[in-house]
Design a protein around this ligand. Structure first.
Ligand code: ADP
Ligand code: PMV
Ligand code: MG
Length: 327
């Protein structure tokens, strides 16, 4: 039995635009997904994902998730199995074996589909645990690359390396196309997260932005403007200028809203944070619902969010400098 964990992340800047080759700066935060893998005697996969829906469920299946032995709607099974299947396939490939089955147990304190990178954390931790269970040791960079291939497939051919690299390496990172680097000297940033209790489907939201870009030149320009903003943000990050970082987060949120990926509750939380005196606030991740991230070193934003209609919970998120970890 082998257990690995990997962190979720918030985007300081650059989600969505990063899918089209612009730079982005995600930061790993101290909420983790833990994946435990145990080899089976047969070739089936059993997934125990207690956090996947309100009640959670367990599913066992063979090569075809269609033959799953589970009493829940098919789309839930697909949601549960897409990332895990991908992780198991990558582990089998890395070990050069076919048809080994696993019991997979996922425990996570990262809200699902909320922009905190739960999918990347599950895939990174899953590949690490399953490869080690098969006696293979991959570097964090190899894990990030294999996890990226899984996200790319589940998101139907459109994904960046940002979430998976950040989760595998930990800390603040910079991703631009295939270039991925850790930002060594990132200042401690006072992240506060507001969560509306909802979720957005990353694959669908990414497809929506792509359609908008194909239809309207100004959506293309908006994506390019996010890239310019991120380059400016990198300078502010090097200078440790939290005031400017906050202003740029506000600007980044506006551009994401222009691309149609904000929502009423995300707007309510962003404005509550700004009114409470946060240096800046924006949605994080794919959007559509889920989380915002704000910068505030006082507890004013967290308190204001707790009383904001539409916000289910608010919490401080520390930068996690550790990426994937053996448990
Ligand atoms: N605890 C978990 N157990 C099982 N699957 C999970 C878990 N957390 C995330 N996932 C998978 O990741 C998907 C959410 O990923 P995504 O839509 O990219 O949102 P995000 O990465 O922002 O959380 C879920 O639908 C599920 O397939
Ligand atoms: C929208 C996007 O830039 C980030 C998605 O993040 P999340 O899955 O919502 O946490 C997609 C990607 O980078 O692949
Ligand atoms: Mg995701």
């Amino acid at each position: 039995m082998t257990t690995s964990s990997a962190p979720g992340k918030v985007y300081l800047f650059g989600e969505h635009a990063v899918v089209y080759g612009e730079p982005a700066v995600p930061c790993a935060v101290s909420r983790r997904a833990r994946v435990t893998v145990e080899r089976r005697d047969d070739d089936r996969i059993r997934v125990d994902a207690a956090d996947l829906s309100l009640d959670g469920f367990t599913v066992t299946y063979g090569d075809d998730p269609g033959d799953a032995d589970v009493d829940v709607p098919g789309d839930l099974v697909a949601a549960a199995t897409g990332y895990v299947d991908g992780a198991v396939a990558q582990a089998r490939d890395a070990a050069g074996v076919e048809g080994v089955g696993f019991d997979v147990t996922i425990e996570s304190d990262i809200p699902l589909g909320a922009g905190l990178g739960s999918s990347a954390a599950v895939v990174v931790a899953g590949i690490d645990a399953a490869t080690r269970e098969l006696g293979v040791d991959l570097s964090a960079e190899e894990l990030a690359d294999r996890a990226y291939r899984v996200e790319h497939e589940v998101q139907e051919g459109q994904a960046s390396r940002a979430d998976t690299f950040c989760s595998a390496m930990g800390g603040a990172v910079r991703v631009e196309g295939d270039d991925c680097d850790r930002i060594g000297d990132a200042p401690e940033l006072p992240f506060v997260v507001g969560y509306d209790g909802g979720a957005g489907n990353t694959g669908e939201l990414v497809a929506g932005v792509r359609d908008l870009k194909e239809t309207y030149g100004f959506a293309d320009d908006t994506v390019a403007a996010i890239g310019d903003l991120v380059r400016q943000g990198e300078r502010a990050l090097r200078d440790g200028d939290v005031g400017e970082l906050g202003d740029l987060m506000d600007f980044n949120h506006g551009l994401l809203a222009a691309l149609g990926v904000s929502s009423r509750s995300l707007e309510a939380m962003v404005w509550a944070a700004r009114d409470a005196g946060a240096a800046g606030a924006k949605l994080t991740g794919a959007g559509g619902g889920g989380c915002i991230v704000a910068l505030d070193d006082t507890d004013a934003t967290e308190r204001a969010l707790e009383y904001t209609p539409g916000c289910e919970s608010a919490f401080r998120a520390e930068l996690d400098t550790e990426g994937v970890r053996r448990e």
